[in-house]
Design a protein around this ligand. Sequence first.
Ligand code: ADP
Ligand code: GLC
Length: 553
Amino acid sequence: MARKQETKTTTKKKTPAKRTTKKAVAEVKAPEVTVEEPKAEAVEEVKEEPKAEAVKEEVVEEPKYEAPPTSRRSVAFIGSECYPFVKTGGLGDVMYALPKALVKQNCDVKVIIPRYKCIPWKYQEKMVYRGSFQMNLCEDGRSFYVGIMEYVWDGVVYDFIDNEEFFSDGNPYTNLIDDIPKYCYFAKAALAALNYMNWVPDIIHCHDWQAALVPVYLRTLFENTKLTSAKTILTIHNLRFQGIYNIPTIRYWSGLPDYVFNKDALKVSYNDANMLKGGLTYANVITTVSHTYAGEIQTGYYGETLDAHLRYHSGKLRGILNGIDYDIWNTATDTRLYENYDLTNVLEKKRENKRRLQEELGLVQDDHKFVIGLISRLTNQKGLDLINAILPQIIDGNTQVVVLGTGDDIYENSFRYYENAYKGNVCSNIMYDETRAHRIYAGADAFLVPSQFEPCGLTQLIAMHYGTIPIVRETGGLKDTVEPYNVFYNSGNGFTFDRYESGLLLDAINRAKTLYFTDRWRWDEMLQRDMNKDFSWDSSAKQYKDLYLELTW
Ligand code: ADP
Ligand code: GLC
């Protein structure tokens, strides 16, 4: 591993911190609560809180309502990406939207992420230097610079861990050889930064393998620090990625004691260490992003070789569904749309959005064509093999397909091929583009998510919220959020299929087309039903808050 030793001793000028979060916690933190206090009552009390006022509590000294002081909790979110600073998929969305929703649930939230060089300058320039120190990291005591840059926004404090050697690549993730040391460093630096800032949260909420060593560090190298009082939660957003490398490398970079490299914790196969597995062992609670996925990952098919480990820890595993941020995803105010709309004018305005989308993408402009959207990372998780197998059968003269995504060459190239083969009816946008994504969600009639596995999936939620009918495979969060259309009861939210077979996907698409072309009244009713459904973070953030309370009474 050819990494130069970090010896940076930057002497940046210390700017006075705008807000001393520690103080904020101290002001509102509850007096010690006895264990006997009935939990149910406390939860009841939270329910009664007027949400809008809960936000005010941070600034108003004397709250006007009867807020139960015991219900406030402080939480440190630790993860590898966060919208709008850096996002490659749904993890970035959740790291942004959930903390914001938790602030409304009477939580004090700090989000800790790496300060990647690719974070746009408009955010970098607003960050305030909060301090820096040297941290021992490796087995041989090699130390590295840790800088903390802070940015406060919408009631959430963002602390960026600064180290140019680890975070100067164009992308957050490059290859495991670089990513393993990067996220060993990040996990330890996040805890060291909390210590440095003297901020001891009630809960440390970690996300995916990149932050999975946090609970391991907390219960080993940090066990004699103030932070040990914190409870840890590890959320699995995608079990496929685990951070596996040989034991000597991970032992060297993490500096973790030998005893964590055993079969109960990090060790897997003959001589490998699995960072996610270690985190699952040491975390107080494991969550994942839908109820169905929580069950699936305990099976051999979906368990990505960790199913037995997850079954062993099933007592502390639960599923909490993601939501979407209603400020960003709001058809009535979304400035990226050609035409804004709401339930009162959706049918007319969606037609206009479709027309303009067809125009912008060089598709045949025709209101009567059935436009199917697909916005996705182009990887085999997303069921793209099924789509590739049947695309010629989908394009029947009445149908158009719009793809937006980047990823594996094989999928990028096959979508480029189909665009050429069906010019005017297939448009493949091989790129990452937020504006285009918003316009496709609004302009398409239907939206494809035929995933092989899908922990939660946000795209089907956004599509429904934008009045676009999802066609999905019944797996993970797709199963939990898309109720199949029932022709007899005229109920449901979309079209679904179960086994991972291209014929079944084609059948689901054909059922959707049949309704669209032969019973538009019912199609329109369904899209209005979808727009009306609650996919906001409110209920899920409440479940996380209840979990925090449960862990810290
Ligand atoms: P995953 O996290 O597995 O990629 P999700 O459905 O949870 O899947 O979230 C994907 C998120 O990334 C959504 O917000 C989606 O709109 C966005 N997204 C994916 N690909 C693109 C792209 N090429 N351009 C813009 N947004 C994209
Ligand atoms: C992952 C999953 C996706 C989920 C997202 C946010 O990337 O693939 O299903 O919605 O994380 O939790």
